[in-house]
Write a protein that binds this ligand. Structure first.
Ligand code: GLN
Length: 492
């Protein structure tokens, strides 16, 4: 079966003209899922009945002559750390294996109100901690470009599902790069909005000062469509920003003549930067220059301190957020204990996997009375310095440009014995989370093994429209994605 590379706009047109019904599209989408899932395992649960019912409602509305909402019939996949009412939300953890949320997250609620169709819940690293989707308690996801490679993480299921045509678009969450890095590994577009632009209500908390929800799609225009629907103030999230939602789509066709694009020097000097990644990202920068943008070299001296800072702050917040899983209120409970203390500790020992336990230990240590000044507070101070570097940079340029990840997709198991080496995968994405800035990853080329390379653009606070403008102008003229994964070779 042919890959689904229809854009949201094209689909809406075909639906309105009656060329394809929502039910037909959904059925095609589901058969694609069943065809590739035995190899990819991008989904933890496929909600086929729900998807068909959603689609039938759209077709009925169309038949009745009602006006259709903006995402009518669009097949969407949702990372399994976003609460979906009545549908398991596991965070890929034994701890939440049987958790059925009694409420809907704000972002998913907005998607269903906009007519989107839920295809299923996607795999992730347990509690979104990881860069390869290998720490899932329910088995890893494979990269559709080469199933022996990881799809990136933690939102690897959503990225792989979009890349393999198992949905038209998806949602993920990004705490240190978990949308952008898998987008880069899977050759799709991934967008992390400004902190506070999109509600976190109903997103299972990992590190609350860093977490943001955002879209995956096969084009910049589709990401703009999703962003429009999920953005906006939410009284249920105390960090939600009370600002208007711009019409993101209208920035896509604007010329970039005269825009200043900063190349962060520190990113290109990295020792571990794969030469093909560097060459391809620099070629993309030159392409933008040929479209009329001005390239400027920028220094962000603290950029490379992001990773050390993040691995104090994120585990600290995680250790506090995950304290709620005590075997008492909800989640996994170890029944065979003699007293409350052993029930709680055994529930946590058996319910959480080793990466999650490692983060809890690091975070608890960094927050403990004797060390909080040396570690947590120090990390917060460095975080401020990183933000100041960006503030200085944005006085001089409109957007910043870097590779998304130092390498292309690595082999499954490559970092199994050395978690610290895995942490380096987020070197280039973490600083935007620490500073709360919007950032996008989009495909800009392929390495010699045919694996996709991602380009990252970072914008100033609330300047999503400018990111979409530059990304879309690049995408429309560079034509990188004429190449799509050849999944035929692993379809049984
Ligand atoms: N890979 C990073 C981590 O392991 C980022 C995760 C994320 O963005 N959710 O923490």
């Amino acid at each position: 079966m042919a890959l689904n590379v229809m854009s949201i706009a094209e689909w809406q047109k075909r639906l309105k003209l009656g060329e394809l019904s929502a039910r037909e599209l959904t059925d095609q989408q589901l058969s694609r899922v069943f065809e590739v899932e035995p190899t990819l395992h991008a989904y933890l649960e496929v909600t086929a009945d729900r998807a068909r019912a959603d689609a039938d409602r759209i077709d009925a509305a169309r038949a009745a002559g009602e006006s259709l909402p903006p995402l009518a019939g669009v097949p969407i996949a949702i990372k399994d750390n976003l609460c979906t009412k009545g549908i398991n939300t596991t965070c890929s953890s034994r701890m939440l294996e049987h958790f059925v949320p009694p409420y809907e997250s704000t972002v998913t609620k907005r998607l269903w109100e906009a007519g989107a169709v839920l295809i299923g819940k996607t795999n992730l690293d347990e509690f979104a901690m990881g860069s390869s989707t290998e720490t899932s308690a329910f088995g890893a996801t494979s990269n559709p470009w080469d199933p022996s490679k990881v799809p990136g993480g933690s939102s690897g299921g959503s990225a792989a599902a979009v890349a393999a045509g198992e949905c038209m678009a998806a949602l993920g969450s990004d705490t240190g790069g978990s949308i952008r890095q898998p987008a880069s590994f899977c050759g799709v577009v991934g967008f992390k909005p400004t902190y506070g632009r999109v509600s976190r209500w109903g997103l299972v908390a990992f590190a609350s000062s860093l977490d943001q929800v955002g879209p995956f799609s096969t084009s910049v225009a589709d990401s703009a469509e999703l962003l429009k629907v999920i953005s906006g103030f939410d009284p249920l999230d105390s960090t939600s920003l009370k600002v208007d939602v711009p019409n993101y789509s209208s920035s896509l066709s604007k010329s970039i003549v005269g825009l200043r694009i900063g190349l962060i020097k520190e990113c290109f000097d990295q020792e571990g930067l794969q030469p093909e990644v560097k060459a391809s990202v620099l070629a993309a920068a030159e392409h933008l220059e040929s479209l009329g943008a001005e390239l400027v070299e920028i220094s962000c001296p603290r950029f490379n301190d992001g990773i050390a800072t993040y691995y104090v702050i994120a585990p600290s917040e995680a250790s506090a957020n995950l304290a709620r899983y005590d075997g008492v209120k909800y989640g996994y409970r170890y029944e065979d204990s003699e007293n409350l203390a052993s029930m709680t500790s055994m529930s946590r020992a058996k319910g959480f996997g080793s990466e999650v336990q490692r983060r809890i230990l690091i975070g608890t240590y960094a927050l403990s009375a004797g060390y909080v000044d040396a570690y947590y507070k120090k990390a917060q101070q460095v975080r401020t310095l990183i933000r100041k570097d960006f503030d200085r940079a944005f006085k001089n340029v409109d957007v910043l440009l870097t590779p998304t990840s130092p390498t292309t997709a690595f082999s499954a198991g490559a970092h199994a014995d050395d978690p610290l080496s895995m942490y380096l995968a987020d070197l280039l994405t973490i600083p935007a989370n620490l500073a709360g800035l919007p950032a996008i990853s989009l495909p800009c080329g392929f390495d010699e093994n045919g694996l996709p390379i991602g380009l990252q653009l970072i914008g100033n606070v609330l300047e999503e429209p400018k990111l979409l403008q530059v990304a879309s102008q690049y995408e429309l003229s560079a034509n990188v994605m004429s190449n799509i994964p050849d999944t035929e070779n692993f379809i049984p």
